[in-house]
Design a protein around this ligand. Structure first.
Ligand code: HEM
Length: 486
């Protein structure tokens, strides 16, 4: 294939061009001590990194303290690193604060690549696949119908839907994990998400990340760090409570849930004859539960908010999807298998994933060994940032890259499905990709079948730039939800 033709010479360059012969990576001038820290603290970092790519090319470096970061801004280079050379770049940077929030790197998302990590990811992946096949469809249908009732109850009052989307996405994960779902008003739910959100936003803040680059600062009092540690303790208490309650309720025998399936593995770990590949310690089970709750809630909810925001700007697209749903489904609700008969809806889903990949910079990777990308020598331990947002706006691949144009996925020519990588790729591919894809499809199809979304005032449309932290979110906006007359 053409991919193999490109990859071979590139891959072999790391041997032909050792460090001394490799061209130096381009990048903006660096300040003494700070390096390019100022670039990394810019508002809307994905957009800023994408602008730098227009200047320095689709691969460039930034310095952060003593760390070199390589930013990849095209699907070709991201694919080369994450997919073709996956074993070279499957690492995660270990950091002081990352270790504090992940029980010393014992979760999947922040744990470094190792035999133990690989076994943990495989066990969780298999359990998720089983749950997805057995019950995900009906779990999402239940939540989509519940969401319908919540929206009907608003009676066309202008509302901010972000919390309702968070509850729906969270309920999918908690039902899969513990056979448990919550109402928006539930104190337990508020406590859980309040705490997880605080951890994500505190951990992403400059007050905390400076502690990774400048160890001396760890000796000074830091109220933000103290607060982070308090929230981590609160989080751990909540998760222990949820897991204990589950064990008591079901005697760990409720085979349909993810936790029951994972508990089987952790029980087997007491059995010394069990194969090491199937073991899961209590801490790993605990940290995995947090991975799924964090990874599976804000991402999906943020994507739903973006979809409604774009559709408010482009009512004719909303009408197009509605007409497709009516003509194909004849009034029925869709099954996930109907997606092949609903190409316009799928194109809209893909176009929102392209323009607003909700994990815009994925999660940082590291080089596990000396390697190369695009012919540049990349030494072991270099931090790699896959700028998915940048790749999705690459003018060499996408015509009018900043324009919302779902038709591009139907016509061919305006871009390519292969260059769409909202879930990353390779060994670190989003663990919840298949869960997320079914959610995006069914939630959107249900919502657009039953409702028309209208702006509060015709001239007051949502901001489309958004706010980028770990997750790329729309700024809060209000919308009128009008039931369709069937
Ligand atoms: C990792 C995207 C939903 C669980 C990731 C990564 C991306 C991503 C880009 C990082 C890949 C990398 O490091 O190269 C998304 C998007 C979602 C979504 C766009 C929805 C629209 C979910 C859901 C779950 C989930 C529903 C759980 C059920 C995870 C986990 C990881 C991850 C555990 C860490 C994987 C690892 O480090 O090996 N996701 N995600 N995500 N995601 Fe998702």
């Amino acid at each position: 294939s053409s991919e193999a033709a490109v990859s071979k010479p590139l891959h072999s360059l790391s041997f032909l061009f050792p460090r001394s012969l490799s061209p130096a990576l381009p990048g903006p001038p660096a300040l003494p001590l700070l390096g390019n820290m100022l670039d990394l603290t810019r508002d809307h970092l994905p957009l800023h990194l994408t602008a730098l790519a227009r200047r320095y090319g689709n691969i460039y470096r930034l310095y952060c303290g003593s760390t070199t970061m390589v930013i990849l801004n095209s699907s070709e280079f991201i694919r080369e690193a994450l997919v073709k050379k996956w074993s070279d770049f499957a690492g995660r940077p270990s950091s002081y604060t990352g270790d504090k929030v992940s029980g010393g790197g014992q979760n999947i998302s922040l744990g470094d690549y190792s035999e133990v990590w690989k076994a943990q990811r495989r066990v969780v992946h298999n359990a998720l696949q089983r749950c997805t096949a057995e019950s995900l469809h009906s779990v999402i249908e239940t939540q989509a119908l519940h969401l319908k009732q919540v929206l009907l109850d608003y009676r066309e009052k202008a509302v901010d839907l972000s919390e309702d989307f968070t509850v729906a996405a969270s309920n999918v994960i908690t039902t899969l994990a513990f056979a448990k779902s919550y109402d928006k008003s539930s104190a337990e739910l508020q406590k859980l998400h309040g705490c997880l959100n605080k951890i994500v936003s505190l951990w992403g803040s400059l007050w905390i990340s400076v502690l990774d680059s400048f160890p001396l600062l760890r000796r000074l009092p830091n109220p933000h760090f103290s607060l982070l540690m308090k929230e981590v303790a609160r989080r751990d208490e909540i998760i222990v409570g949820l897991l204990d309650e589950f064990k008591q309720r079901s005697g760990a025998k409720d085979g349909g849930t993810l936790t029951a399936s994972l508990l089987q593995h952790s029980l087997e770990s007491a059995d010394k004859t069990a194969k090491p590949k199937t073991l899961l310690t209590d801490t790993q089970l605990h940290m995995t539960t947090i991975d799924l709750l964090i990874g599976g809630t804000e991402t999906t909810a943020a994507w739903l908010c973006w979809t409604v925001a774009f559709l408010l700007h482009r009512p004719e697209v909303q009408t197009g999807v509605y007409e497709e749903l009516c003509s194909v489904l004849k009034g029925q609700y869709p099954q996930y298998s109907d997606r092949h008969r609903l190409p316009y809806l799928c194109a809209v889903i893909n176009e929102v994933l392209r323009l607003r990949p909700v994990a815009p910079l994925a999660v940082p990777h590291t080089a596990k060994r000396d390697s190369s990308i695009a012919g540049y020598f990349i030494p072991k331990n270099t931090v790699i940032i896959p700028n998915l947002f940048g790749a999705h706006h690459d003018p060499a691949v996408w015509s009018e890259p900043f324009t919302f144009r779902p038709e591009r996925f139907l016509e061919g020519g305006g871009g390519s499905l292969r260059a769409l990588m909202p879930f990353g790729g390779g060994a670190r591919l989003c663990l919840g990709e298949s869960v997320a894809k079914m959610e995006l499809f069914l939630f959107t199809a249900y919502l657009l079948r039953d409702f028309q979304f209208l702006p509060e005032q015709p001239e007051e449309l949502p901001d489309l730039r958004g706010v980028a932290t770990v997750v790329l979110k729309a700024k809060p906006y209000r919308v009128i939800v009008r039931p369709r007359a069937h």
